[in-house]
Write a protein that binds this ligand. Sequence first.
Ligand SMILES: [Zn+2]
Length: 305
Amino acid sequence: MKVRITLCMVFYVQVVLAQTNPPPDGKQDAAGHTSYYPGNMPLVISVPHGGTWNLTDIKDRDCEGAVTVTDRDTKELAFEISDALSKYHGMRPYLIVCNITRKDVDQNREINEGTCGNPEMAIPWQTFHEYIDTALAEAVRRFGYCLYIDLHGHGHPEQRLELGYLISDKKLMPFYEQTEMVTERNTSLGNLLQRKDVGSLRDWLFGERSFGTLMAAKGYPSVPSQQDPYPKEGEKYFNGGYNTKRYTGVNYPNVFGWQIESNYQRVRDPKGRPAFAIAFSEVITSFIRQFPFVKMPTSVADGVR
Ligand SMILES: [Zn+2]
């Protein structure tokens, strides 16, 4: 009986604390501050705020406006997504992960605010961004275009994915209601929308083939989407930060994407993560396949489940 109870407990602990393993062939800088996992599809995901390693000899950031909160379990979420893409589609995204805590460096701010002026932290800041550069350049070379996602976690009460296309919540509502225009060029889909054969910004925010609409249809509420086009008065919403702006801008003409601020329940928590990663992998592969000019590999395991 005692053995049985112990075995049950071991099993329970393993299930509850299921660890997600990092993808294969990862490399790190000498200090181990930043990890790079190579991909073989037109998708690059960066994880700037998931690091938990607090460097003891580095003073915590305390310059004006410095935010130091960790986006809990976003690194694990990225690993799980990579696993699901590998298992069900035979491909992996490029992943760039910051392992050190945001108390030491903020990888989604320009360098001065990101390091709070600490020259020692300029090195990991640069490495993180060099890795993203490398991944995007390689993906564009191989696949023609690349989708870029900057992955975060929010603590807002609304349990939904907040998709940041660099359009503020103040502008999303009037744009949806067609009382105000948005300059497409300034959104994170600007490079995509430069093409004449891709439909409109409205399609990719609120239409039936938009990422948010497809995720909501899988049971993961998202804003903006057809189901939830804009945050209501008083609701919190992040619309995209430094990385999204930089890597979907004019200097990266074949890159488009958005920021994902993920909720915790059923998305980042260990129990919900595997199912979310499967839904994400299905949506993202079919989303990218809507664009014939992106050379997307064939999914090897189509129809397995
Ligand atoms: Zn964040």
